[in-house]
Design a protein around this ligand. Structure first.
Ligand code: SAH
Ligand code: SF4
Ligand code: F3S
Length: 443
């Protein structure tokens, strides 16, 4: 019988990308994807360590996976349980102690070994395999060629982070910044377009510090790469994420004026609007630096919509500091944003700072911030009503005959549409809007 695999992904887009690449490897081994965990012979949890809640959720999922494994055993079926991603890197041997039924655990830089590891476990079914080496080798050199799953694909061009924001685990889980060579990125981009992608989203933990080498060994920046990628025939939309404000240079800003395939939307996290907090966070930008970058981007493309990440309740954050964050929101008028209560992460400098904020205060501030963010997001969506927008349909909707896609501004839009329009870009007139989605009529 054909063996099946099930992958559950937590965390950021980089993890989604990694999961897709693991799926390609498993398919090359002859396994087929299933959405039903109970049918799966190989179950993988690709984990995230960014906040405590995300990291802890994995263990309840793992516990459930073990129960399913035992039930399947009664029917004579074997199940391999694997864990990958940032929790593995952070917890190392502890993960196997806490979940002794896990068959293998691979860090985010080591999953290129997946085929060999799954084979070993299938054949020997004995020891718990763990690999969290923080290697200098680039995993990308060992992965099979990528292929597109839908009209819109992620493409990792850079991994790791040297910024060491004092609250963040990423530099410890993904390691130092590594940029993939220009030619490798272009090769993968062309293949993704050839296999059906109309949109590419270039990924990196600090994507705009990209400095990959070209064929002659010269270091090139993100702006150079974006221009090269824009030349690919058949590719219609380009995005990149996540950018670090201090690394937005004038070349990159010019791209937003000159590259028509570049979508008019940018996720540029500020985290806090207070200079005192930004300093304690070890961010290399002030509030004014950030606002200047936003002004320049809006000058380059007046239609650009901004998005951001925010953390409330960072150690030492006063009401005054928090007010400054609200003030930035009122200035930039984000069309979308992600906001979080500060979560104390073991091993990071902020976890042991004085002035930790009470949960109650964090909760109140988050509510106030989100109400404000949602008001701008709702207004932007409502202002879209009546407009014609190009939509890339990516999925079937909840109701029959419905497709769901994204506008250039990353708004979710659903419309009555024939399934032949799946993975196509079509003009849609927006007819209705709420905080989180739009509906429309295909023209
Ligand atoms: N590289 C990106 C994103 C990293 S993680 C960047 O620099 O912006 C995504 C978001 O999670 C961050 O932007 C931050 O807002 C949030 N985050 C990271 N660590 C956190 C913590 N300890 N508590 C709460 N939110 C956190
Ligand atoms: Fe984390 Fe800061 Fe790096 Fe983003 S820039 S990944 S928040 S350390
Ligand atoms: Fe989470 Fe790792 Fe991404 S900690 S946010 S999965 S880089």
């Amino acid at each position: 019988m054909v063996k099946k695999y099930f992958i559950k992904t937590f965390g950021c887009q980089m993890n989604v990308y990694d999961s897709n690449r693991m799926a390609v490897m498993l398919e090359e081994m002859g396994l087929k994807k299933t959405q039903n965990q109970r049918d799966a012979d190989v179950v993988i949890f690709n984990t995230c360590h960014i906040r405590e809640k995300a990291a802890e959720k994995v263990f309840s999922d793992l516990g459930r996976a073990y129960l399913i494994k035992q039930e399947r055993e009664i029917d004579g079926k074997d199940t391999i349980i694997g864990v990958t991603g940032c929790v593995v890197q952070a917890e190392d041997k502890e993960i196997l102690k806490r979940a002794p039924y896990v068959d293998f655990a691979l860090g985010p830089l080591r999953y290129f070994r997946l085929k060999e590891v799954v084979e070993e476990v299938f054949n020997e079914r004995e020891k718990q395999l763990l690999d969290t080496e923080f290697s200098a080798v680039s995993k990308f050199d060992f992965l099979p060629e990528n292929k597109s799953e839908s009209g819109c694909s992620y493409l990792a061009i850079q991994e790791g982070c040297n910024n060491f924001c004092t609250y963040c685990v990423v530099p410890y889980t993904r390691g130092v910044e590594v940029s993939r060579p220009v030619e490798d990125v272009l090769h993968e981009a062309r293949r993704l377009v050839q296999t059906g992608s109309l949109e590419l989203n270039l990924l990196g933990q600090n994507v705009n510090s990209y400095h990959g080498e070209d064929a002659s060994g010269r270091e090139r920046n993100l702006a150079y790469l974006l221009n090269k990628i824009a030349e690919i025939d058949g590719l219609q939309r380009i995005r990149y994420t996540t950018s670090y404000p201090a690394d937005v240079d004038d070349d990159l800003i010019r791209c937003h004026k000159e590259i028509s395939k570049l979508m008019p939307y940018l996720h540029l996290p500020i985290q806090s609007g207070s200079d005192a907090i930004l300093k304690k966070m070890n961010r290399r930008h002030t509030r004014d630096d950030y606002l200047r970058v936003v002004d320049k981007l809006k000058e380059a493309n007046p239609n650009i919509g901004m998005s951001s990440d925010f953390i409330v309740g960072f150690p030492g954050e006063t009401d005054e500091d928090f007010q400054q964050t609200l003030d930035v929101v009122n200035r930039v008028k984000y069309i979308q944003a992600f906001s979080f209560k500060y979560s104390r992460r073991p091993g990071t400098p902020a976890a042991v700072m004085d002035g930790q904020i009470e949960e109650k205060v964090k909760k109140e501030r988050l509510q106030i911030l989100q109400d404000l963010l949602f008001s701008y997001q709702t207004k932007f969506n409502k202002d879209s009503v009546g407009k014609v927008m190009s939509v890339l349909f990516e999925n079937k909707g909840r109701h029959k005959g419905q497709l769901v896609g994204r506008t250039p501004y990353m708004q979710n839009l659903h419309a009555e549409a024939d399934s032949s329009l799946l993975n196509k870009i079509v003009d849609v007139r927006v007819t209705d809007a709420s905080t989180n989605s739009l509906s429309g009529e295909v023209l």
